[in-house]
Design a binder for this molecule. Structure first.
Ligand SMILES: [Zn+2]
Length: 131
């Protein structure tokens, strides 16, 4: 198949309609019904499979510069190691800076943790290791 974005129907010359379903691309002619299908192989980047074994450093970032009670509670929920700490003790402990390091973990784990934290109103960031 061609790499042009605007493909013409080889039968009637009408512009083909491009439909993508997952990794399938179907070019369909609205005039005569001609169809062409192609399969593309996503790159590792597109699949999110690149260097997933690397460790990234995860930090909690306080929205106001100081941890709120809600953020500390969210932190306890997403980090099992902190679940047993009282909110007050933990708040005191994490109040020393604008961010609090959760340590290093594999990128997929960091991503899942960030999504979970976001639902609870807590902002997590992770840094890619320097190359
Ligand atoms: Zn056609």
């Amino acid at each position: 198949m061609t790499t042009t974005t605007r493909s013409q129907c080889p039968v009637c010359g009408e512009s083909l309609i491009r439909e993508e379903v997952g990794t399938w691309i179907k070019l369909r002619c609205p005039a005569c019904g001609y169809e062409q299908e192609a399969h593309w192989v996503p790159s590792p980047e597109e699949l999110g499979l690149v260097r997933d074994d690397v460790d990234v450093e995860v930090t909690a970032v306080w929205k106001s510069g100081r941890p709120s009670v809600a953020e500390v509670q969210a932190l306890r929920k997403v980090v099992p190691d902190l679940a047993n700490e009282s909110v007050n003790v933990l708040k005191e402990r994490v109040s020393k800076g604008e961010r609090f390091s959760l340590g290093k973990m594999k990128r997929p784990a960091a991503k899942r943790l960030r999504e979970k934290a976001e639902q609870l109103g807590l902002t997590l960031e992770y840094e890619e290791p320097a190359q």
